[in-house]
Design a protein around this ligand. Structure first.
Ligand SMILES: [Zn+2]
Length: 204
């Protein structure tokens, strides 16, 4: 079997932040990695929110309008979550509009929560009973409600590179993480700081 290429970034330490991180800056230009419902289905699979067999069902049964509506809803949720993280990372409160928007989506999903064993221990998972393809977003919604109610919003940080728009949950012991990743921003910023220091020294 061909190995699936990891084309999305999973540096957020939380599925909601990884969803937000599907919008990024590449060579100074904004880019959206969720251009089609196939992208969304691949992302959900790589984020382990959808199994390969569920993803196959999506492909077979999803009609054009349903696919477009699913993508639309995922992007609406992403926009709502972006408002939340931008405000929270700036030390502000979660706006009521974001809670209302999430509640509206939560109210539309039939199903129940289950406990499952994972490599990281016992986790809560939402088991959707809906046949509608739109309900494929249920685990993502569960994850959003989990983040908003977790008391961990204060751990959300934006990458310290001003030119980068990626977010992450800083789960390091002393909350000292600054970068989306060392490879992408950490090393680059350190090299730039070193260059500035040596240039300043040379001009003394
Ligand atoms: Zn970054």
């Amino acid at each position: 079997m061909k190995k699936e290429v990891q084309r999305f970034l999973f540096v957020g330490n939380h599925p909601c932040l990884d969803l937000i991180n599907t919008q990024l800056i590449v060579k100074g230009e904004p880019r959206d990695l969720l251009e089609s419902v196939d992208d969304l289905s691949l992302w959900l699979m790589q984020a382990r929110l959808l199994t390969a067999s569920q993803a196959k069902i999506t492909k077979v049964h999803l009609h054009n309008e349903e696919g477009a509506s699913l993508l639309e809803r995922a992007k609406t949720l992403r926009a709502t979550l972006r408002i939340v993280v931008e405000r929270v990372a700036a030390g502000k409160a979660v706006p009521d509009s974001a809670i209302d928007a999430t509640n509206q989506l939560l109210a539309q999903r039939p199903g129940h929560t289950l406990l499952v064993r994972t490599k990281e221990g016992i986790k809560r998972r939402f088991h959707s009973l809906a046949t509608q393809q739109v309900e494929l977003l249920a685990p993502l919604l569960e994850s959003a409600s989990d983040l908003l109610s977790s008391g961990r919003l204060c751990l959300i940080k934006k990458c310290a590179n001003a030119a980068c728009i990626l977010y992450f949950l800083d789960t390091t012991k002393n909350h000292t993480r600054n970068w989306c990743s060392m490879q992408m921003c950490g090393n680059r910023m350190k090299v730039a700081a070193h260059y500035r220091r040596s240039r300043d020294k040379a001009s003394l």
